[in-house]
Design a protein around this ligand. Structure first.
Ligand SMILES: *Cc1c(COP(=O)(O)O)cnc(C)c1O
Length: 432
């Protein structure tokens, strides 16, 4: 058995490369990994002492920046009381405080909370809720889902089955996945003139198969991992109406959009609609600990409960440490001028990324809220491009044709400028 008896970072990294799986990687392939020894504000500190500006917010989660005194304090205070207790038959203040905050900030009719361990699990729970709800109403044959192409909802089996069937990163498993209905991805852009044709195909699928469909699931306004596309809010308004007409639930996966990222507290607010079930994750604990939640209406919760229990209950459900940090994070967000900050970030990202549009190899540049995207004509070579960003003093992790940033909300204009000019420079050098 290999043992870690090494001392230098070079040796530790070699051990890492030989033994530890990183997300979506094969051993011995792919770009190098960089050792991080600290994180503070918008900076990551590399083992060699360099500080780089983090444009990814650790997969979009770290909204207040790293090592935040208020969040640290919440974690310290809670760990000195209790790190964890089971949630079966027991409850605690961190869970109650967080649930209260979530019921308060989500749309009015969202008032029941289920805590889950990760975004993917919150999607699994949302799917179970939808199926149990239709079953309880006497429609057990409504057990399939409808979604749009270009979506991403997580890596577990239930969630995978509603990811984009082509670029959902899961094609090996397709023979084992339940068959759901896929409408084309929304095409009409966030700022475009609404084209009613955009939702026609979904409408047809829904009316043809409503007797089999329990729920529609999609990411509101922003299709994230499936392509970083921003679509029209009218799409969601039409969808809400169609779901009501056909007695199908609407599940909105707000794991990426929730808690301010698009300039509204929740993506659904752009359309002024309320989902029946809402998934939160990523930003929920501000990047401190894994935590997610599935929220729903009294109608859905009570209909399910009239027939029996909701069949889910993870071991670390409502972990007090995670809940305490999440509750502190939501307080911090609400006390902060987050709308202004997101508006400033949006302006800074527009300004900073605009020059990319003229570069060879760039297909599109788009910005919404604190999300900046440069879409290239061809997929990037990660092995080549990833170290270049680090050399330029920034942490940007592209995927496919997309070079994008979702910075912490506290990022200052000069830091955004450093980030965006590094992106323009690296694209200029790499695609020239
Ligand atoms: C990240 C993400 C998920 C999955 O969350 P995990 O915590 O990685 O399981 C699901 N849906 C959306 C929209 C996401 O962005």
């Amino acid at each position: 058995m290999a043992q870690l008896t090494t001392t230098t970072w070079q040796q530790k990294i070699e051990w890492d490369r030989a033994h530890i799986w990183h997300p979506y990687t094969a051993f011995g392939k792919g770009p190098e990994v960089f050792p991080i020894v600290g994180a503070d504000g918008v900076y990551l500190t590399l083992a060699d002492g360099r500080r780089i500006i983090d444009g990814m917010a650790s997969w979009w989660s770290v909204i207040h920046g790293y090592n935040h005194p208020r969040l640290n304090e919440a974690a310290h205070a809670q760990i000195d009381r209790m790190a964890h207790v089971m949630f079966g038959g027991l409850t605690h203040e961190p869970a109650i405080n967080l649930a209260e905050a979530l019921v308060d900030i989500t749309p009015d009719s969202i008032e029941r909370v289920f805590f889950a361990d990760s975004g993917s699990v919150s999607v699994e729970v949302a799917i179970k809720m939808a199926l149990q709800y239709q079953h309880a109403r006497g429609f057990p044959e409504k057990h399939r889902l409808l979604t749009v192409r270009g979506g991403y909802h997580g890596d577990t089996f239930g969630a995978m089955a509603v990811c984009d069937p082509v670029n959902g990163m899961h094609e090996w498993f397709s023979p084992m996945l339940p068959r759901h209905f896929f409408a084309p991805a929304p095409r009409c852009g966030f700022n475009a003139t609404w084209d009613p044709e955009d939702i026609r195909a979904l409408e047809e699928l829904l009316s043809a198969h409503a007797d089999e469909i329990a729920a529609v699931i999609l990411e509101p306004i922003v299709q994230g991992t499936g392509g970083m596309r921003f679509y029209h809010s009218q799409y969601l308004r039409e969808l809400r109406r169609l779901c009501d007409t056909h007695q199908v639930l609407l599940i909105l996966d707000e794991i990426a959009t929730g808690l301010g990222r698009t300039g509204k507290m929740f993506g659904c607010e752009h359309a002024g609609i309320t989902p029946d079930i809402m998934c939160l994750g990523k930003t929920l604990s501000a990047g401190y600990m894994t935590l997610a939640a599935t929220l729903t209406t009294a109608d859905v919760a009570d209909t399910i409960s009239a027939r029996g229990p909701l069949m889910h209950g993870p071991t670390y459900m409502a972990n007090p440490l995670a809940c305490a940090v999440a509750a502190a994070s939501i307080s911090l967000l609400r006390e902060s001028p987050w709308q202004e900050r997101i508006a400033d970030l949006e302006a800074d990202l527009r300004l900073g990324l605009a020059p990319c549009a003229a570069l060879p190899g760039v297909a599109d540049v788009r910005v919404l809220g604190a999300i900046g995207v440069v879409e290239l004509e061809a997929p990037v070579d990660m092995v080549h491009i990833q170290p270049k960003f680090v050399e330029a003093g920034v942490w940007v992790r592209p995927f496919g044709k997309l070079i994008y940033v979702m910075p912490p909300y506290i990022m200052q204009s000069d830091q955004v400028a450093t980030l965006t000019s590094a992106i323009a420079r690296v694209i200029g050098e790499s695609c020239a």
